[in-house]
Design a binder for this molecule. Structure first.
Ligand code: ADP
Ligand code: MG
Length: 246
């Protein structure tokens, strides 16, 4: 099953929503924090442990919201030539020392892959989200995550409204051998708040779609039991600013 979806609208709405949420959350939070601080002054030692906890956790939420605001503040994307293999290696290292310790990684990289014109931090965020989802889908035993890159010579895909020099010959795939994407959420997979997880946010793939869209790329997926693959296509621009063969 192969679905080509239009995620741009959803991507825009998640940004607007995230910005609003960030703003709305901070006010009541500073109220909670202030109240806890007042309580702390006259609290017993035991209760001070609790008021400390409230303050610390409130601070944690503020830090989280601040990071989200940086992400959604609408500043133009800073682009540089990004080596996707370095991005994937970085992500794999984070995964294998953290949430994916028990998972086997299989990497198949195309050495002819040119750099991507993009934002490294955001691309790390994209592949970290995809690898995290893959890890969470993997079976407890024998989990496997596949990372592949390919440079598709001769691919010409026009991106409407963007620079005509941009093409999408660069393909990065993140695969896993989990149960597959539940049928009932496939049509809305990249919308915000779509989740099947107990503690999921449903924001991971919405952010992924937003960042890939900002990069003039496209994301797509194939999913059957034991084989789910997210396919990210990205544009490249050659040194002379011309498209391949142009
Ligand atoms: P979250 O991970 O917080 O649930 P995401 O936007 O990252 O939010 O993912 C949305 C949903 O898509 C997940 O809850 C899960 O049901 C499904 N999903 C995403 N990636 C995979 C995958 N590799 N295999 C199976 N299901 C997936
Ligand atoms: Mg996720």
């Amino acid at each position: 099953i192969d679905k080509q979806l239009n995620h741009r609208g959803a991507a825009r709405s998640v940004v607007a929503m995230a910005a609003m949420l960030a703003h709305e959350v901070k006010n009541p939070l500073s109220g909670i924090r202030g109240a806890a601080q007042l309580l702390e002054e006259n609290a017993s030692e035991d209760d001070q442990i609790l008021t400390r906890l409230i303050c610390d956790e409130a601070d944690r939420i503020v830090a989280l919201v601040d990071r989200m605001e940086v992400f959604t503040d609408g500043r133009p994307l800073e682009r540089q030539a990004v080596n996707i293999h370095a991005v994937l290696e970085h992500v794999r290292r984070i995964a294998q020392t953290g949430f994916a310790r028990h998972i086997r990684f299989v990497e198949k990289y195309d050495p002819s892959l040119p750099p991507v014109l993009g934002n490294r931090d955001q691309l790390v965020q994209v592949f970290l989200n995809l690898v995290k989802n893959a890890a969470e889908a993997c079976p407890e035993q024998g989990g496997e995550i596949l990372l592949t890159t390919a440079y598709q010579h001769g691919v010409r895909l026009a991106v409407s409204g963007s620079d005509s020099r941009m093409q999408l010959p660069l393909l990065v795939c993140v695969g896993d051998n989990g149960p597959g994407i539940p049928e009932d959420i496939r049509a809305n997979l990249f919308d915000p708040f779509v989740t099947t997880k107990m503690n999921g946010t449903g924001l991971g793939l919405a952010l992924v779609a937003k960042i890939i869209g900002d990069h003039g790329g496209v994301i797509d997926f194939e999913s059957v039991p034991k084989r789910t693959i997210f396919k990210v296509s990205l544009p490249v621009t050659d040194q002379n600013g011309h498209g391949e063969g142009a």
